[in-house]
Design a protein around this ligand. Structure first.
Ligand SMILES: O=C(O)CCC(=O)C(=O)O
Ligand SMILES: [Fe+2]
Length: 342
């Protein structure tokens, strides 16, 4: 099965009364939905840039990110109606007939398009998930052939969401800098003007035996930051803290902002990128949209000099294009950031 086009495995899900063997995890790796709730901080994004009154909100941001590696962002400039539109076009796309979705299939050596995990080895356990992966920025890197033309509003709505994501990501990265008493451009300058924004639209079908599978295996994002629009109703996302899993809360109009590996490196480990996973369930399908802000692949990313001193020695080597390692490491349950640790 190694190296095969993943679209075949997408068709297996949903049509069977039992979970196919390739999705079944060993007992120790399975998840339980009855976990405690993560107490994520709720941050008013508009307040972060409202100097001179931003001090307390910046402090809340820093504390929230240092505690969980993620925060819930409200007042981000997008209306609840618009977010409903975004979720609606995503659900409509995944509800299209399989033959139609397969027109957007990812090709053999690519990550963009519709499908499931690339199968890299015969022992790989598959995720109970279909997804569509699209580059949003830089605009000239968009592969329009992978952008669904049905529902007809998909492109327009996601284009508008992308423009908002650019603004939100930059505001948050600047606020992260200010929360550490740095120049607000410290992170964005290191990540470069030619940063990338990529979207992963996730669809988790209901599963006949959710105890045996995972919608997404434990991982940390290899981005600088990730902005996640969760399903407005269906839970499933969990975060690891210490050796305990916590359920992510749902706040329908909020964005869940996660620290990615490259902010962990640039902040010299002050902010840590959290390990998370997704559980599935018996009755309800779940969708989510993860937007990854990824540094310019040509830029070397290392701890900011101002964050290194005798009390906080350099903890990471500079890295370039960490994303290249992601897929292989993900399937082996390893983290690309291991290669950067000193
Ligand atoms: O579906 C989710 O809530 C999380 C998805 C995720 O972690 C990812 O796409 O990296
Ligand atoms: Fe993730």
């Amino acid at each position: 099965m190694a190296g095969t086009n993943p679209s075949g495995s997408v068709q297996e899900m949903g049509s069977k009364a039992e979970v196919p063997e390739g999705y079944i995890h060993k007992e120790r790796d399975r998840g339980a939905p009855d976990a405690p709730l993560m107490q994520a901080s709720v941050i008013d994004i508009a307040l972060l840039s409202a100097s001179p009154n931003s001090g307390p909100e910046l402090e809340k941001l820093r504390h929230g990110l240092q505690t969980w590696g993620c925060i819930l962002g409200i007042n981000h400039g997008m209306s609840p109606e618009f977010l409903e539109d975004v979720r609606h076009v995503i659900k409509q796309f995944f509800a299209r007939p399989m033959e139609e979705k397969l027109k957007y299939s990812m090709e053999e050596a690519e990550i963009e398009g519709y499908g499931n995990d690339k199968v890299l080895s015969d022992t790989q356990i598959l995720d109970w998930n279909h997804r569509l992966f699209l580059t949003l920025y830089p605009e000239e890197s968009r592969r329009v052939k992978h952008w669904p033309s049905n529902p007809h509003r998909f492109r327009e709505v996601i284009d508008e969401y992308s423009a908002n994501m650019r603004v939100v990501c930059e505001e948050i990265l600047k606020a992260m800098g200010r929360s550490l008493d740095l120049d607000e451009n410290s992170f964005v300058e290191q990540f470069g003007e030619r940063f990338e924004l990529a979207a992963r639209f996730n669809f988790y079908p209901p599963c006949p035996n959710p105890d045996l599978v995972l919608g997404a295996k434990p991982h940390a994002d290899v981005s600088a930051i990730t902005v996640l629009l969760q399903d407005e109703q269906v839970e499933g996302l969990q975060f690891l803290k210490g050796d305990e899993w916590f359920n992510a809360p749902i706040l329908p109009d909020a964005l869940l902002v996660l620290v990615g590996d490259q902010v962990e490196i640039a902040s010299n480990g002050i902010f840590k990128s959290p390990v998370h996973r997704v559980l599935t369930n018996l009755k309800s399908e779940r969708t989510s949209l993860a937007v990854f802000y990824v540094p310019d692949p040509k830029k070397e990313i290392g701890p900011l000099e101002t964050l290194i001193d005798e009390t906080q020695p350099r903890s990471y080597k500079p890295v370039k294009n960490l994303v290249d390692l992601y897929f292989e490491y993900y399937q082996r349950g390893r983290r690309p950031i291991e290669t950067a640790k000193i």
